[in-house]
Design a protein around this ligand. Structure first.
Ligand code: CTP
Ligand code: MG
Length: 167
């Protein structure tokens, strides 16, 4: 039991830059979309209006800063690069998810269970794996826990008026 709680703590600590990178655009996004408003060959938007340049840049900055602070004060100094990769990967994963949603004809904001909750964490882990692959226990905890954390924070964000959908 103690082991499990410890693993959950380690997992959240490791992935924190990705969580911050993913949440920041909800609070700070807006403005010009990354896809420039352009459509793909299927007639739907490439990414959609929910993926903005400002959200991406501020998410990358916030996630990286949190990660660099974490690693500077509590972990080995060479691993701050992981934080940047986690933040960047989370945002790229989110873009990939929206790309897939548009290709299957889902309009902006429509719920796509599992993809919506895991795209960013998978993207983050993939990029971070260039430097470090966490143990399987950490990966398992992240895959199981992230959807609940994501849905929970989104619900709070909706109640506080930051999001237009509760999921
Ligand atoms: N956001 C942003 N820039 C990003 C990612 C997100 O500005 N790169 C902001 C947008 O205001 C977006 C909100 O965060 O509406 C919530 O993000 P998300 O749920 O990922 O986007 P959706 O609007 O639901 O669009 P999609 O259907 O493509 O997921
Ligand atoms: Mg959404």
């Amino acid at each position: 039991m103690i082991d499990l709680i410890q693993t959950i703590g380690q997992a959240i600590w490791f992935i924190l830059p990705a969580y911050v990178a993913n949440a920041t655009p909800v609070l700070t996004g807006g403005g010009p979309p990354i896809d420039g408003g352009k459509k793909f060959s299927d007639g739907y938007r490439i990414l959609g209006g929910g993926k903005t340049i400002r959200g991406f840049i501020l998410g990358l900055l916030a996630g990286s800063i949190v990660g660099v602070v974490q690693f500077t004060f509590w972990s080995s100094p060479e691993s701050w690069m992981i934080a940047v990769l986690l933040a960047f990967g989370a945002l790229l994963g989110d873009l990939c998810g929206s790309f897939v949603k548009r290709r299957v004809g889902f309009s902006r904001g429509r719920s796509f269970p599992v993809l919506d909750q895991l795209e960013f964490v998978v993207g983050a882990l993939l990029l971070a794996s260039l430097i470090k692959v966490p143990g399987w226990e950490i990966l398992a905890v992240l895959m199981i826990l992230t959807p609940f954390i994501h849905l929970g924070t989104n619900f709070v964000g909706y109640k506080l008026g930051f999001k237009s959908e509760p999921y």
